[in-house]
Ligand binder design. Structure first.
Ligand code: FRU
Length: 480
């Protein structure tokens, strides 16, 4: 593996020399060059946060999957590390697919999917997927120990293990596809090596509930348990499930040794264009944190012309609201990135556009819904995107613009009840993340300002809008 790793590191370095930074994020995790997708192996161990990710170091397209690696001491500032896993000769020769990390008595242990193409590379109908183990003494270099769990007969697609410790045992949830239906399969083990099937945590009853459930995760939130997964094959319904694939959750009750009983139907976690394969982990103080891949399969990615593609969302904190609904907010550690600060006074606009003082990367504002009758009002980000209240549809809309029609269009959420709407925006070089009413809803989309302009302005069309208190910050780079 040493040789494969050294070669891969060398390849990234060579690509890095050709990277252009027009779209390269200032405060989101991204590869130093090449391709990335899912976050993997998220963990806080021995005082260090680790974020691994699906990585193709040889060019800007998906290819044989490696695990890229970055570390942080404060969850705000990050450092790239050498590539952690490369495909080998045997069980993972087609790629080291997604997986997780656990703290096994102080030893950083990775459990990931070894993928093998049995037919032609890329032929999804003939694959072998097994769960493999790797350990590290120093948190940087890993030793592979081979497969620890193989699929039952009749299952080929069997991937993305997420492991946790509970009740004196290790538990693993794995995504699978059986007879064309997606599943979340639960296993248990005393030693991380020897696993036995416990039960299905959940599964599609019909193809419209997903032919494959990727990247399952399962954890307590408040008094409930959340089964988070990324089903493939859901059909769009009105405003819902608009992306190529979805990521969302079932909420319900669970105790070790019992069935999981969801109390409500599948709900998407983020309503934007680009949010997939989220994975959670716990902070040192027990908070439930999450990163997702901030892209979508098959979407155009203009940064490929600049020798890199893919980024992760900001780290987010999950909580359960008093009303029983899941809330997602930026991790509080991110305030460490705040630099130049601006306070802006409330203002009224009538069929007007008003530039804000300068480019800001974080903006908090309130919109007075009761005091506004404009048909559309909100914030514009250069010519690349607008976030606005649509008073006719009664929705909050994120609309993006591009010369590429594949990067145009709207995502939206229903306007929550109440007279005021609070918004928190994070605007990086090629992304917009919106947190609505302290995390009641989120919209995450990649945006690619062709002219590099990301200046903010407020607007009101077809009437009057009342903008409340506004505060903004410039954010410093996360890269040490
Ligand atoms: C999700 C996914 C996983 C798989 C990985 C491969 O985006 O398809 O199911 O392990 O990406 O890169």
């Amino acid at each position: 593996m040493k040789n494969a790793l050294a070669q891969a590191d060398h390849a990234v370095e060579a690509l890095r020399a050709e990277r252009r930074d027009d779209y390269y994020p200032q405060f989101h995790l991204a590869p130093s060059a090449g391709w990335i997708n899912d976050p993997n192996g998220l963990i806080c161990i021995n005082g260090v946060y680790h974020a691994f990710y699906q990585h193709h170091p040889y060019d800007e397209n998906w290819g044989p999957m490696h695990w890229g690696h970055a570390t942080s001491r404060d969850l705000a500032h990050w450092q790239h590390q050498p590539i952690a896993l490369a495909p080998g000769e045997d069980d993972d020769k087609g790629g080291c697919f997604s997986g997780c990390a656990v703290d096994d008595g102080g030893v950083l242990t990775l459990i990931y999917t070894g993928h093998v193409w049995l037919g032609k590379a890329g032929d999804d109908d003939q694959v072998r997927e097994v769960q493999c183990l790797a350990t590290s003494e120093d948190g940087v270099h890993f030793v592979k120990h081979g497969p620890v769990l193989t699929p039952p007969d009749g299952i080929q697609h069997f991937r993305d293990p997420k492991v946790w410790r509970e009740d004196g045992e290790w538990w693993m949830v794995v995504g699978a596809r059986e007879n064309g239906l997606g599943q979340a399969r639960l296993y248990r083990s005393a030693d991380l090596r020897d696993w036995r099937f416990d039960r299905l945590l959940g599964g599609a009853q019909a193809p419209h509930q997903g032919y494959m459930w990727e990247c399952p995760d399962f954890f307590p939130l408040g008094e409930q348990h959340l089964l988070l997964f990324s089903p493939q094959g859901l059909t769009a319904q009105g405003y819902r499930n608009r992306n190529r694939f979805q990521s969302g959750y079932l909420l319900g009750h669970w105790r070790p040794g019992h069935d999981f009983t969801p109390t409500q139907p599948f709900c998407e976690l983020d309503a934007g264009h680009d949010f997939y394969a989220p994975q959670t982990f716990t902070a040192a103080d027990g908070r439930r944190l999450l990163f997702a891949w901030m892209d979508m399969w098959e979407s155009p990615m203009p940064s490929k012309a600049h020798r890199w593609a893919g980024a992760l969302t900001l780290p987010r904190e999950l909580t359960l609201g008093a009303d029983g609904a899941v809330r997602m907010n930026p991790a509080r550690e991110l305030t460490a990135l705040r630099r130049e600060h601006r306070t802006l006074i409330p203002l009224k606009l009538r069929n007007q556009r008003r530039p804000l003082a300068e480019a800001l990367q974080e903006l908090q504002l309130t919109l007075d819904l009761a005091g506004s009758d404009a048909e559309r009002y909100g914030v514009a980000i250069g010519g690349a995107a607008r976030l606005y209240v649509d008073n006719q549809a009664h929705r909050l809309v994120l609309e993006r613009f591009s010369e590429d029609p594949g990067l145009c269009g709207c995502r939206s959420v229903a306007l929550p009840a109440g007279e005021r709407l609070s918004l928190r925006l994070f605007i990086d070089r090629s992304s917009l993340e919106v947190f609505v009413n302290q995390g009641e809803a989120c919209l995450t989309s990649r945006i690619y300002p062709a002219d590099g302009r990301r200046d903010l302005s407020l607007f009101a069309e077809g009437g009057q809008a009342q903008f409340g208190d506004m505060e903004g910050w410039q954010l410093e780079s996360i890269w040490a």
